[in-house]
Write a protein that binds this ligand. Structure first.
Ligand code: TYD
Length: 133
């Protein structure tokens, strides 16, 4: 894995199942301000297709799986995410797309700031211009 950095969350597991707790001491690479989650996505749909100027996020696939495509402007990488205790780092200025959602996919995203449409770069050429390529 070259572009995608992962975070492993500690699990508390026993015969009843597994629990993961996330708080400010969990080693997140940013201070948490918002969470959102995506579910009910059709197999043929894809999401994301943007980068953020400042926002830092971590995506965790709580159920099922999807493919995360990461693009730093130089290289593109596809990662299958399917583990509820592994987060994929989505730092600022990393183009990301989500594809191949399984029916049961629930994607949780931890974010460093509140929603701000002005922080999005939704045009790939604009993204390339931003990083001066
Ligand atoms: P969008 O970021 O485009 O979704 P994705 O990147 O998964 O394709 O957001 C979809 C819609 O939801 C859009 O109208 C903005 C809205 N939204 C919020 O209101 N708050 C949020 O925290 C997020 C992430 C999106």
């Amino acid at each position: 894995m070259k572009i995608g950095k992962t975070y492993n969350f500690s699990t508390h597991g026993d015969h009843r199942g597994t629990l993961v707790a996330v708080d400010k001491y969990s080693g997140l690479p940013f201070e948490l301000r918002r969470i959102y989650y995506i579910f009910g996505t059709e197999k043929t749909s894809s999401r994301g297709h943007h980068a953020h100027k400042e926002l830092h996020q971590l995506a965790i696939c709580l159920s099922g799986s999807c493919t995360m495509v990461l693009d730093n402007g130089f290289e593109r990488e596809s990662i299958l995410i399917d583990s509820p205790h592994v987060g994929i780092d989505l730092p600022p200025m990393l183009w990301h797309e989500m594809h191949d959602f399984s029916d049961d996919c629930i994607l949780l995203v931890l974010a460093s700031d509140y929603f701000n449409e002005g922080d999005y770069i939704r045009d790939y050429q604009e993204f390339k211009n931003f990083i001066n390529i």
